[in-house]
Design a protein around this ligand. Sequence first.
Ligand code: R5P
Length: 292
Amino acid sequence: MIVVGGSASQRLAEGVAKSLGCKLVHPEVKRFPDGELYIRIQEDLRGEDVVVVQSTHHPQNDRLMELFLLLEAAKEQDVKHLTAVIPYLAYARQDKLFKRGEAVSLKLVSKFIEEAGAQDVVVVDIHEEESVSYFSIPVRNVTAAPLLGRYFKGLGLTNPLFLGPDEKAVKQASSAAKELEASFDCLKKERLTPNQVVTSEKSLDVERRDVVIIDDIISTGGTIVEAAKILKNKGVGRIFAACTHAVLAENAFGRMASVGVERVVGTDTIETPWSTVSVAPVVVEALMKRGS
Ligand code: R5P
């Protein structure tokens, strides 16, 4: 197997190649003077099982284009099998028509990935599990929640509670909590606008307990802030925020810190200063299980 590390996922690609004990290649990625992207994979990939690792967070369109070009370049070399590992899949949140006249972005993005040459895909904590059905090739959606749970195991938390800030996140909360044999729960959230959410109160026993608010994505931080405010009114101990995809747009970190969030723990699906946990183990596991 050969791992091709896209520019968005250098660290993760290295971790995956190391765990698999296989070769890692760094493609040449350049820009033409007019801004167009150029990529070249110099290594011979003919007859190889090739895994392209490229996340597609901001700037999403550039990173997606690089992914398409890397897949196309590999496909052109007559590889034996071509897998796209897309730790953070851009446009996954526009996975249906919310209003008449919109485009279902994910439907088109999935077509492009297949057209570029991917024969199967690995994603991490995709926004809605069901949306993988836009692909006609096999897709494995793996979760980082147990890895995040394991990270907190080492912190000596007091009677910890893993809390999903909305009902959808209860799945993450329960699977992280399992690692510490801790308890889990969730709040109820309603999104008013892309930047505004209202979270409902709930009877939670958090007095003097350490709470990890866990979600798939932290974007503006608004969801975590609302949850943290509720906890602070209930005499909580320490508050942590954890997520798979630490987008952290628009001073999200500052906003969370201002309501008492002590630490933000993300993964390397998006390589940032908050990428404390690597998803390499679950990506490798998914690659090993292909075809099974
Ligand atoms: C929404 O359903 C997601 O699971 C996240 O809760 C959301 O994307 C977080 O966004 P923000 O940080 O902007 O509140």
